[in-house]
Design a protein around this ligand. Structure first.
Ligand code: HEM
Length: 453
């Protein structure tokens, strides 16, 4: 397993920043909580203890500890506070639900994410990406993240609902975006009262919810009236039956669809945006990628069967997910008191495994801030602990869309790199500033130039 777990303090109990130290670095917490967790790991070792929101927090920074938290000790945990608050919008979908409902839903949804099923989505991913680049003009400068968000939304609409969303795509993108504004409100005192008020942000969120509910219930009603497999996720969700012969209710299907719509598009769009920015900063890797794609595809649109031969495209996506994990921290709440390596974890303690810190730890990733897709060749991967890299989480709550995300990231990058390259714009963003809110995203617009290769 390599280096031992590092503990500060008396070598048994975890150490960590005092509340005062957090206040002093406080700006940092507000400005970039991901960087603060990374600094905690560097300063206090593999197990860090501090207080936030008046609660004890335990931060796990070693792959062995990450595995213990996410896999071994999972039965002691509940969803984290953010997920608990998100129920007001997402209902009881896969992200927010607790056991035993979660396991039942997960079994019902699993066939929709089966490998063979995902292969059928390859064509959709490639076709939409090619349609997107078909609109690009050489030398154009634009916000790559907005472009990737629309692409990912169109892909999820087609794979989930067999729908193009057509004219609705911009309204849906805006509605999804406004949900991000919900969480800060949910953490204020008396959230139910705030949710019932007419403040503009709350009105916008309610309107977004109505729009998305109307859309999803309309799709469900159409399918119930004309059942059958349309090759999309919704058909699978409506058609799946559990061991007792039970099916999902409309409300349950709505919760799952909204969850997948939200969880499945912004994460992938952010990862693709970060990948574009990293490629723009490394012309040599970008050239190698272009060559690989041209040789493998010979000018045709990629398909699922090409995935295995697009090794560098996959490694570029993997490295983007390492440096800028869209889910930058995984959190849980201790549902009961339990013992961990000789000390007591109290009920209510917040437990965090920060992807952003572990995936930039020099013990597993030499020169951790450097972009180097070849860290993911089979030889390079061989000596590294499994849980030094966990952009899709682990255990029973591991991302159900992981296979789809790999397919989407790899085929979209290949479809782009075959004909286009990204360039940074001089005088603009020299370094990447991130905004670690619900997901990790670039702070402000991510403007890049596109040129033909
Ligand atoms: C690069 C893209 C993506 C990343 C980095 C990502 C990351 C994650 C992570 C880390 C989790 C676990 C959260 C936790 O343990 O609390 C998760 C869960 C989940 N993801 Fe993803 N995800 C991505 C794409 C997708 C896609 C494409 C879909 C669906 C189309 C999806 C649907 C979900 C769902 C439904 C869950 C909840 C699973 C459960 O609790 O059983 N994700 N994702």
């Amino acid at each position: 397993m390599g280096p031992q777990i590092r503990l500060r303090a008396d070598g048994v109990t975890p150490a960590g920043p005092t509340v005062w130290a957090q206040v002093v670095k406080g700006g940092a917490f507000r400005l970039d909580a991901a960087a603060l967790l990374r600094r905690n790991a560097e300063e206090y070792g593999d197990l860090v203890f501090f207080k936030a929101l008046g609660r004890p927090v335990l931060q796990f920074n070693h792959p062995e500890l990450v595995q213990e938290m996410l896999v071994r000790d999972a039965p002691h945990h509940h969803r984290n506070l953010v997920m608990q608050k998100s129920k007001a919008v997402l209902g009881e979908g896969l992200l927010t639900s607790e056991e035993p409902l979660h396991m039942r839903q997960r079994r019902l949804a699993a066939p929709a994410f089966h490998r063979q099923r995902i292969a059928t989505y390859g064509a959709v991913i490639a076709r939409y990406t090619v349609a997107m680049t078909g609109e690009w003009k050489p030398g154009a400068v634009f916000d790559v993240r907005s472009e990737m968000l629309l692409l990912a939304l169109r892909i999820v609409a087609k794979t989930l609902f067999d729908s193009k969303f057509d004219d609705e795509v911009y309204a849906i993108a805006a509605a999804v975006d406004s949900f991000q504004g919900f969480l800060p409100l949910a953490f204020l005192p008396f959230p139910e009262l705030i949710q019932a008020t007419a403040i503009p942000a709350m009105r916008r969120i309610r309107r977004s919810r109505e729009l998305l509910d109307a859309l999803i219930y309309r799709m469900i009603a159409e399918r119930r009236a004309d059942p059958g497999d349309r090759g999309d996720l919704l058909s699978m969700l409506l058609g799946s039956v559990d061991e007792e012969g039970g099916r999902m209710s409309d409300a349950q299907v709505r919760d799952e669809c909204l969850t997948i719509l939200l969880a499945g598009h912004e994460t992938t769009a952010n990862a693709l945006s970060f990948a574009a920015w990293l490629l723009a900063g490394d012309p040599e890797v970008q050239e190698r990628l272009g060559q690989e794609c041209s040789e493998t595809l010979g000018g045709r649109v990629p398909e699922a069967a090409d995935y295995a031969r697009l090794g560098l495209a996959e490694r570029v996506f993997a490295e983007a997910l390492r440096l800028y994990p869209p889910v930058w921290v995984t959190a849980r709440t201790a549902a009961e008191a339990y013992e961990h390596r000789g000390f007591e974890i109290r009920k209510g303690t917040i437990l965090v495994a920060p992807q952003f810190a572990v995936q930039r730890d020099a013990r597993w990733w030499p020169e951790p801030d450097r972009f180097d897709p070849d860290r993911f060749t089979p030889e390079a991967k061989a000596g590294r602990p499994k849980f030094a890299y966990f952009p899709f989480g682990a255990g029973s709550r591991q991302c159900i869309g992981e296979g789809l995300a790999w397919m989407e990231g790899t085929l979209a990058l290949a479809a782009i790199a075959q004909g286009w390259k990204f360039e940074r714009v001089s005088g603009e963003r020299e370094t990447m500033r991130v905004d670690p809110s619900v997901s990790l995203r670039p702070k402000g617009p991510l403007r890049l130039r596109v040129e033909r290769r």
